[in-house]
Design a protein around this ligand. Sequence first.
Ligand SMILES: Nc1ncnc2c1ncn2[C@@H]1O[C@H](COP(=O)(O)OP(=O)(O)OP(=O)(O)O)[C@@H](O)[C@H]1O
Ligand SMILES: [Mg+2]
Length: 392
Amino acid sequence: MFRDETKLDINYVPHKLPHRDRELRMLKEFFNFLLQFPEKMAQRVLIVGDVGTGKTVLSQRFGVDISQEISKHGTSFRYIHVNCREYRGSLFLIMQHAVQVFHPNFPRRGYSAEELLRIFMQILDDERICIILVLDEFDSLIEREGSEAIYKLTRLQEARQNKPQRLSLICILRSLSAIAKLDASTRSTLQSNIINLEKYSKQQLIDILRDRASIAFKPLAVPEDTTELIAELAFSENGNARFGIELLWRAGKYADAENLDIVTPDCARRAVSSIIPAVRKDDLVALGLHEKLLLLGIANLFKEGQKICVSLAENERAYTIMCEEFNVKPKSHTQLWEYLQDLSATGIVETEVLSSTSRGRSTMIYLPRIPAHELEKELRSILARTEVRRKP
Ligand SMILES: Nc1ncnc2c1ncn2[C@@H]1O[C@H](COP(=O)(O)OP(=O)(O)OP(=O)(O)O)[C@@H](O)[C@H]1O
Ligand SMILES: [Mg+2]
C-alpha cells in the first residue's frame, strides 16, 4: 500500500498545509521585521487551538520557511522549537536545553534558571544571532512555574534597552484559559498577537488526508470513500487531524496485512476499533431485540467492506430480512427511526440527515467504530443466547 509511510509519521512536516495558508501568512507577517531590520525589534506571538488543529506543524513549517528566507539575507538566525512538556514544564530544564543548542557540552549543574537566562542572552550577543524560541505546550510551563518565570522570560528583552533585540517568542497552547491564571501585566505582554486555529471541518479534514495519502500511499491505494470515512471519524474526535493521520496509517497496515488491493473503509473501521475501546459489549447486550436486528441488518450491509454509509431505506430492507430469519414480525418505519436514534445515541452508529435529495430528506447511517464482521459475530452470539427462535 505504502509508497513512503514516514510521511505519516507524527514528526513529518509537510510542504503544504491545506487550510492553514492564512495562519501561515499571518505568522510570516508578524516576523517580517526579521527580514527588513533584524536586531531592531522582537516579537511575541501566541498560537492557540485545540488538540490536533495543527499548532505544532504550523509553527515548524513556518520555522523552516523563515530560516530559508532569512539565510538569503545573510542574517544570522535560528529557529528553536522546545516542547515544554518534555522538559516537565521546568524553566531551568528548558533554558538548559536552549543553551545546549549553542554549547552542547554546557555543564548541567551549577546554575539557576535566572543565570541560564542571562547566559543564554549573552550567547546570543556573542554569536550576533537572532532567534525565535518556540515554547510548545506552553501550558505545562505555566502550570509548573506560574507568573514569575514567565514574566522573566517575556521581559528579558525590555531589560536590555538600547541593545540589539535578539529573542522572539512563539508560545503554543491549547486554550487561553491557561494564561488567565497569570497576573495582568504578564498576560498583557503575551496576548498582543494571537493566532487562533479553528477546529477543522470534515471537508477540511478530507483535504488534509487526501493530500497526505497522495504522498504516503501508492497511487489509487486509498479510495475517496475511505478518506471520507476517516475524515468523519477524525471530525467526531474533535476535528483532530492527528487522529485522522494515525488512522490512515493503521488502515494501510491492515490492508497490507490482508493483501488487499486498496485500503477499504472496513480497514479504517478496524483501525479505529484498535485505537478506541470500540463499542462496549454491554452496550450491545442491553439493546432490545429489534434494535439488535436493525443493527444486524446494518452489519450485513457493511460486511463487504466497500460502503461508507447506507440509507435508512436500505437498512429497513436488511432489517426485514433479519426479522424473517429470526421469525419475528417487523416493526413500523416510525418505530425503526426511533430505534436508530437510540443506536446513534450509544455511538455504535452515526446518522446524518441529507436534505438535498430529490425525494426530500433522507437519513444516512455510518458504522464508524466497529468492523462489520465483528459486530455481526457479536450480535449473533448474543441473539443465540437469548430465547429468540430461529425459523426451522
Ligand atoms: N493543515 C494541515 N495540513 C497537513 N497536515 C496537518 C494539518 N494540520 C495538522 N496536520 C497534521 O496533523 C497532525 C497533528 O498536528 P499537530 O501536531 O500540529 O497538532 P497540535 O495542534 O500541535 O496538537 P496538540 O495540541 O495535541 O499538540 C500532525 O501529523 C500534522 O502534520
Ligand atoms: Mg502540538
